[in-house]
Ligand binder design. Sequence first.
Ligand code: CTP
Length: 406
Amino acid sequence: MDRPRIVLGVGGGIAAYKACELLRRLTESGHEVRVVPTAAALHFVGEATWSALSGAPAATEVWERVHEVPHVRLGQEADLVVVAPTTADLLAKAATGLADDLLTNTLLTARCPVVLAPAMHTEMWEHPATQQNVATLRGRGVLVVEPAVGRLTGVDTGKGRLPEPEELALLCRRVLARGTAALDADLAGRHVVVSAGGTREPLDPVRYLGNRSSGKQGYALARTAVARGARVTLVSANVSLPEPAGARVVEVGTAEELREAMVKASAEADAVVMAAAVADFRPAARASQKIKKRDGVAPEPVALVRNPDVLAELAAGRPAGQVVVGFAAETENVLAGGRAKLASKGCDLLVVNQVGERRTFGSEENEAVILDADGGEEAVPHGPKEALADRVWDAVLRRLPPRDAG
Ligand code: CTP
């Protein structure tokens, strides 16, 4: 039997179908995954699907292959156990230590990080019994993901959805990279505000001036801050990525809208990170009707006016103790340019990266230097955007005043 690295437990809920996509993402990124569906999960997605997607038989029974002692080995040998979806029943069993099937046995024998992604109806999630089980599990160091808000089975909507598989896969990757440090809630009790994406400045009802920011770095910052226990407001400009579970998302379009949302959200925040690409200019006029071409007539030039510098404004008006972080993409003189920008914007930290062809925009990876206002400089090697996000939060934490000192 190959040594499993990730155990994917699947509970009996309709969201089991999303676990197929999570499994595909985990195996495609090179992880070895053993799937452990509960008997109820097999009513939703059958054994053949799990085996085909994982390339190994799904482990379902304590009484199968008894000589391999699967109820002990699977948990002992895993580097990560993730259960998606986790039903209310599974949360209760995990919290009380019940072990009446292979998955619950695996949870008891696992000594690696455990991630539980609950999915259930809002009433079940909000029930004091469930909430108490979640608190118990979190108190023991289990990472219980906040369910997403949205459409549930049937016509209901509310909190209780399984976060998107892409989100869960990224979370698993982060936990594997950081080990149990990924479970530290060192931002607990903190409110952080992150901007992400790129603003669009309308020319007319159908056209805009925009940029190529994908929002991935800002979303990685939001996701990691949630995982570290922070209350997160994500001001998102034109991003087509799944919402990071547990963050409050405020959608904006233009630089003006972004400014308004950021000023409002950051008034009482502990840290503000401007990862969005904000357009420095906007068309001086927005045509109320679509601009038409006319044969033989030269197009009108587009007159531009300056947009507010949101980062500089936030830095200038920040309350005592708030840490303000900017991002800068430079094509040349990266460090000198970054230092000058840090000073002119007046922020505490500036994350500088070099952009150019095929670098940074839209990619999953990033490489940067974190400059601080006291002259410090920390190079973050090429790696996943979550890894850079974690280093940014580490740097923010070093500058935050201790909680009690306000
Ligand atoms: N930024 C902002 N408001 C703007 C422009 C930029 O808040 N109108 C923020 C970005 O979110 C980023 C930082 O400022 O955190 C640096 O952005 P960058 O575009 O590199 O800086 P600019 O001041 O626009 O400098 P440049 O002349 O190099 O474009």
